[in-house]
Design a protein around this ligand. Sequence first.
Ligand SMILES: C[S@@+](CC[C@H](N)C(=O)[O-])C[C@H]1O[C@@H](n2cnc3c(N)ncnc32)[C@H](O)[C@@H]1O
Length: 214
Amino acid sequence: MPNDGWNADYFEDEFDEPDPWDFDSSTYEQRKYRRQNRVVESHVGSPESILEIGCAEGVHSELLLERFPDADLHGIDISEAAVERARERTDSDRATFFAGEASAYLDSLDEQFDVIVWSETIYYLGDTMSVPEFHRFLDVVAGLLSPDGVLCMANIVGQDEGPEAPLTEVPILDAYKTLLAARLDRVHEARYTEPKSEDDAEHTYEVLGYVPSA
Ligand SMILES: C[S@@+](CC[C@H](N)C(=O)[O-])C[C@H]1O[C@@H](n2cnc3c(N)ncnc32)[C@H](O)[C@@H]1O
């Protein structure tokens, strides 16, 4: 059964205090963002449009806006508090943020984006839908990517503890990769294991890049 626990109330609680996952303060997270930005740059050069799914407080959004000065960015996140902080943080007329559930919001879009950034969020969405629903949702995501665009994501692999642990087991992440590969070509895959000083532990994550199938 899909899990309805990853809802707005859950994430609103998480964002009760700013920066619940140390996105802003952690060198580990900052390195992860830079790695994703390099994938974007190597496949698209200088994008004009970016969609960020699960943008949280806009930490990565801000780096994307700095690194890609020709791009407008649309960010979507289920938490109102996070989106409000993303607006304050970026304070840019090139950025537009929406608070709401991603699958409903993405369904309403009728444009395509040069870049889709979808990091550390696929496993929540995947857990809230049945497999056929998620399969269809990926059609929507893939349909939002421009013919010359790139979809980039980073996902923690096999988180040791915490609520995400059962969502990030390797076979589950592999299943998402299989579903993504059914409509997009994978052009980048790299795995890193690095210390995160904020929680005194090492974590493994993957950075993935996809382009529309040839
Ligand atoms: C772990 S954070 C990752 C934030 C950011 N992408 C990053 O890598 O720094 C996951 C984010 O996804 C958002 N989220 C989870 N489920 C969502 C959904 N169904 N629709 C929109 N946003 C969602 C959460 O509110 C949270 O901000």
